[in-house]
Design a protein around this ligand. Sequence first.
Ligand code: TRP
Length: 349
Amino acid sequence: MTDQPSPGVSGADYSGPQRVLSGVQPSGALHLGNYLGALVKFARLQHVQPTFIFVADLHAITVWQEPAKLAAQTREIAAAYLAAGLDPAKAAIFPQSAVPEHAELAWVFNCVARLGWLDRMTQFKEKSGKHKERSSVGLYTYPVLQAADILVYKATHVPVGEDQKQHLELTRDIAAKFNHDFDAPGFFPLPEPLVQGPGARVMSLRDGAAKMSKSDESDYSRINLTDDADAIAQKIRKARTDAAPLPETLEDLATRPEADNLVGIYAALANQTKAEVLAQYAGQGFGSFKPALTEVMVSTMGPVTARLKDYLSDPGEIDSILATGAARARQIARPVVDEVRKRVGFWGA
Ligand code: TRP
């Protein structure tokens, strides 16, 4: 037994299959930032490696969720996954709570992780705010459950936002310590975050320094996945910009956060690089760039919104996809937890 993480050792010798895993919490409507930063990445990765994408309902209840709404919110995230192109024939798509092995492994990991490791987690500090004694205990051990989500499938690659890197480091520390303490070198892999992507960081339309967020009080700060063409056009028209025309170079663009954000969004939607967008629009003002951005946004997001609405109108179809996904996920997770039970020395294992 050690109290220190052993970075890079036991786990580096993992030689099992590569797997992708990620999840999104069902705690509010999704926006363009979630779509470009997460969902599109998931849909691309499903063609490359076995992929597990879940709805993080266990994580959601670390803060209060209305019981009468939680299942519907879970279906909404699943519908967004499907609308973004996740294919249930390729990726396993499921609710976290439907695979009890997540919570089962999380308990063991609660006994592997050290208080000192969790005390360093910046997201807990942000989310608990001034009154941490009033937070749920679950909010504190949230990153331990996240480690279980990942390692219960021995996932090797985890597409996440920049803000989740610290939780991935903790996941590696837990994996390495488990492998070390239970004499199981290479049992758990040390998973890597995949943070790059088409629209890794989509910023608010009202403030180029803040992330696009569902908790921003102004609806004009974000494009919701359910926004129609008129709403999109209006939000882009009102988006904050400076007065200068678009620059020639990426260096100049980088000094103008709002312009940089809009060019980045255009690039991600049009599947181009920012340099390619500048090559086309340098010297033009927002009077011509904004309508062009609206046009690509409406043409690329329109079909996504339409598919989202179709799925939402058929909850039975979503439920059957989620049930099948959960059964597939359990086929991988159960043997991993059974092996953990043996290693830990539980009766009957
Ligand atoms: N904490 C992640 C977020 O807020 C959601 C999440 C929960 C997750 N479990 C995960 C992401 C496992 C990747 C892997 O974005």
